[in-house]
Unconditional design. Structure first.
Length: 333
């Protein structure tokens, strides 16, 4: 699930530092054809014949989204059994999600998961390449970075299997639209956050969980709001709407699983799909969204709703609506 917002908001949560020189090779990606040749030796394919068929590519291939990158992305997605750890955090996974978005759209699917994932990873990519020490004045930066990297990689590995279903598998010729798309995304997120991400949180260092939890919940967002551009994208977090530590990413054994599942689904579907779903309809978040939407449509937007602080249900609805609109438009910017 998303933790940061716009580049400006991310900068408020981080300190920028210079990053060390990038290694010549990052996963399957090379900075130049010469480095590719150096690494593979006699196994390097001549440049004129190299189409990404060996699942290697150049950085510029990915950045330009050209044929070599597309061939490699296709082979990664279509492989059975699935290929793990072929993409590295954060920029490679970010580019992959963007490519996949257009392929999914080309198949007439209405799944929104990749929109939400790109919404997050695009910002993490920017933060990484600027160099970040996550709240270094509060905690050691390395554990937080390690947790975010582990989440990014583990979730991408799982996401590839779901993209296979949409593009080459059971749904390749069955467009997932409307309620079917919602159910696909809901099931996707329930496993992504309920199982895959849970593994990363449960094995993370306590300091890493503490930093990420502060960013996600009360201390992180609200302590920094005075410095935040209220017109930017933000991730709505309302810990008041979750009982028994349901949004506390530091609390075992579930590490905020209720919020980690409900918030991204509500961001993608902040309408009847979420609050009428029997899986969520009795939750505080679903009730607030349903009530807030009703009031919002009748009386409009109260002044308090410009920031993600719980004053009434309209604040909740507007916060999720705002994030929802930005997510749906994330590839149009």
């Amino acid at each position: 699930m998303a933790l940061f917002s716009t580049q400006e908001a991310t900068a408020n949560f981080t300190k920028t530092v210079s990053i060390p020189a990038e290694p010549f090779r990052a996963g399957r990606e090379f900075k130049s054809y010469e480095y590719y040749q150096l690494y593979l030796g006699d196994n390097a394919i001549p440049l004129a014949e190299w189409e990404g068929q060996d699942l290697y590519w150049l950085r510029r291939d990915r950045e330009l989204s050209n044929h070599r990158w597309h061939r490699a992305a296709h082979l990664i997605t279509s492989a059975q059994p699935s290929l793990e750890n072929y993409l590295k955090p954060f920029a490679q996974i970010n580019s992959y999600y963007k490519t996949i978005h257009f392929w999914i759209k080309g198949k007439n699917h209405e799944s929104r998961w990749v929109n939400g994932a790109f919404y997050l990873v695009n910002d993490l990519t920017d933060a990484y390449y600027k160099g970040v020490t996550f709240l270094a004045d509060w905690f050691t930066p390395t554990p937080a970075y390690n947790l975010l990297q582990a989440l990014n990689l583990a979730i991408a590995n799982y996401a590839i299997t779901k993209f296979y279903e949409l593009l080459y598998g059971v749904y390749a010729e069955v467009p997932q639209k409307g309620v079917d798309a919602y159910i696909f995304d809901r099931n996707f997120i329930e496993i992504e956050q309920g199982q895959v991400a849970l593994g990363a949180y449960s094995t993370a260092e306590p300091e890493g969980r503490e930093v990420v939890s502060k960013l996600f919940n009360d201390t992180g967002w609200r302590a920094i709001l005075k410095d935040m551009d209220v017109t930017g994208i933000f991730i709505p977090a309302f810990p008041e709407l979750f009982d028994d530590g349901g949004s506390d990413l530091t609390l075992p054994p579930n590490y905020g699983k209720d919020a980690r599942i409900q918030i991204p689904i509500a961001m993608l579907y902040c309408d009847f799909n979420f609050y009428n779903d029997p899986a969520f309809s009795t939750t505080k978040l679903a009730k607030a969204l349903k009530n807030g939407e009703t009031i919002y449509k009748k009386v409009g937007l109260p002044p308090s709703a410009i920031i993600p602080v719980y004053t009434n249900d309209v604040d909740v609805y507007f916060a999720f609506l705002r994030a929802h609109i930005n997510i749906l438009n994330v590839f149009n910017k």
